[in-house]
Design a protein around this ligand. Structure first.
Ligand code: FES
Length: 291
């Protein structure tokens, strides 16, 4: 039978968060073995104590926050792990930006991992910018632009509305080269595919500009693979048709930005890329899933 943890109240050193949580965990495992009525009573007691603490801390903070010096000390105190954990538990403090970013990435990881990929947070530059990196099979995936915009970026924007600038760092280069050109997020949804053309109508090694839903799309075929991008240069958004194409590298006719069409990567400014759309070829028909 689990034993009730005993505290030595004479200790001088502050206890760590881990030590304090260990005691709580030990007590919770004892309570878990009690009958339902006893467990409900303990739960009600916990709620009541939390409500009391929440009210007391809220009043304390309210009383101090108008004094700039006291407000500064409060912010400092809130960075202490124990203070932060208690204020978060009582829902007085909202989750930090880091915490919400991790929640956002965790929410899309199952989809990425299903396809052998993952995402990592590279840098946070408050108040509005983060840099992320796709890894594994997502690294170098020609549809990673779609993967980002449809999945990871959406999750970040939902969890962290203050983040308006999401940058993508270069991958580690470990991704598979034989990736499917349909991104995990595009393939999640069986609806929404637009039949655009046929494989036979796309000249191998060349581009074609087609319209769908009022958008101008750039398609590039290389053998059996087809890539689809928004027909808009990442520099100033100008159309890319008329640009020079050589060995799968397209040069924007306006200011010369160059793009590797197998991935959408911009060779002139590696921090940007063409906006990719999902593509699949079904019985010779080329269908696109717009991002
Ligand atoms: S608009 Fe394409 S390089 Fe400037």
């Amino acid at each position: 039978m689990a034993t009730v943890p005993q505290h030595d109240s004479s200790h001088k050193e502050p206890l760590s968060l881990a030590a304090l949580l260990k005691d709580i965990d030990a007590l919770q495992s004892i309570v878990a073995s009690w009958n339902e009525q006893q467990r409900n009573t303990v739960e009600a007691l916990r709620h009541a104590i939390d409500a009391l603490h929440r009210e007391a801390f809220t009043r304390l903070i309210r009383a101090l926050k108008d004094d700039p010096a006291a407000a500064g000390r409060l912010r400092e105190a809130a960075s202490d792990e124990v203070v932060y954990a208690v204020l978060r538990h009582l829902e007085i403090l909202k989750p930090s930006l880091d915490e919400r970013l991790q929640q956002a990435l965790d929410s899309v990881r199952p989809y990425l991992r299903e396809h052998g990929g993952d995402v990592e947070l590279v840098a946070v530059e408050p108040p509005d910018t983060v840099t992320i990196r796709l890894t594994g099979a997502c690294d170098g995936c020609p549809a990673s632009g779609l993967t980002l915009s449809a999945g990871v970026e959406k999750a970040i924007r939902e969890h962290c509305p203050e983040i308006t600038n999401i940058r993508k760092a270069r991958g580690h280069g470990g991704g598979s080269v034989n990736v499917d050109f349909v991104s995990p997020f595009a393939s999640m949804d069986e609806t929404g595919w637009i039949a655009l053309t046929t494989l036979d109508d796309l000249p191998d090694g060349d581009i074609r500009i087609l319209e769908a839903e009022g958008r101008s799309l750039l398609l590039w075929r290389s053998g059996e693979r087809v890539q689809c991008y928004e027909n808009a240069c990442a520099h100033l958004g100008m159309p890319l048709d008329g640009g020079e194409l050589e060995n799968g590298v397209l040069t924007c006719p306006y200011h010369g930005f160059q793009y590797a069409l197998h991935s959408g990567e911009c060779l002139t400014a590696p921090e940007v890329q063409l906006q990719a759309h999902g593509v699949r070829v079904v019985n010779g028909h080329v269908e696109v899933g717009l991002a």
